[in-house]
Design a protein. Structure first.
Length: 277
């Protein structure tokens, strides 16, 4: 019996999202793995080594790498939470064969940290997309979109887990569409702005601007595995906040002022308060 040669896919990632996609595709396809040195999670390397899968860690997509990719004749190139921008040359070589797993609805959440921003902005549902990559950031046509309800108990950690379970299902559906030559839909022209990639310094809680609901959303969007939100205790010591609850307590105190009730610690917000857990 002649063994059918597997099609080749280049998979670019550096976090759990890529691991979930790897698990879904590795039995059907020959995968070439490219990891970004930037923000590379330790568990990713451990996972691949345990699977005895070869991988290449890269700082940037340079001309030498482009030439190697060009000669591989990949069926698809997939970016799954990969932090590096793909050069135009790759998009020209693999025309219509480079797809991106974007953790936000488009065009509303173009840019970085879309999951964090959706929670911070108080969205009622979390949406994600798979697009054909274009020369303009996050502006390519959409192959697939999925949404799920953001529950009050959800944090960025639980949201990541749900998203990482959805993307493998979506990517297999997208591959079927590509085989059937089903064209992705053009993004609606109602784009507002590009969201910036969030960093640790963006976690400061401004009590004067944020009510209890906004503060709660801010904290749960930045909790573990991220560095957490932070505030100044007595204007001196930095306190990191990973968890809190909304409280209807609304004492006549200045925003940011700490108070205690029944042995529990609270902080006054612009409106109402949060209880520190």
């Amino acid at each position: 019996m002649i063994k059918t040669k597997k099609e080749k896919i280049a998979l670019f990632f550096n976090s759990d999202r890529g691991i979930s996609v790897y698990k879904s595709l590795s039995k059907k396809y020959e995968l070439d793995i490219f990891l970004s040195k930037k923000n590379l999670k330790t568990n990713v390397k451990q996972f691949l080594k345990k699977r005895k899968s070869k991988f290449k860690i890269i700082k940037k997509i340079n001309l030498d790498l482009i030439e190697k990719i060009k000669n591989k004749n990949y069926f698809l190139l997939i970016s799954a939470g990969f932090p590096l921008i793909f050069p135009k040359k790759i998009l020209e070589i693999y025309k219509n064969k480079v797809i991106n797993l974007h953790a936000g609805p488009l065009p509303k959440y173009r840019g970085g940290s879309p999951l964090n921003w959706q929670i911070i902005n108080g969205e009622k549902k979390i949406s994600i997309s798979i697009i054909r990559m274009s020369k303009e950031l996050d502006q390519g046509p959409i192959y697939s979109e999925k949404s799920f309800k953001l529950k009050n108990v959800d944090t960025i950690k639980t949201v990541h887990k749900k998203v990482n379970s959805l993307f493998p299902l979506m990517i297999n559906q997208v591959i079927l569409k590509i085989r059937k030559k089903i064209e992705p839909k053009i993004q609606k022209n109602n784009f507002i702005k590009n969201y910036p990639q969030r960093s640790k310094k963006d976690g400061f809680i401004d009590w004067n601007k944020m009510d209890a609901i906004a503060t709660y959303n801010f904290v749960r969007a930045l909790t573990k595995p991220y560095p957490g939100a932070f505030y100044f205790d007595n204007k001196i010591k930095i306190k990191t906040l990973f968890n809190c609850k909304i409280s209807k307590k609304n004492p006549k105190l200045n925003p940011g002022q700490i108070f205690f009730s029944n042995g529990q610690k609270f902080i006054k917000c612009k409106k109402y308060s949060i209880k520190i857990i």
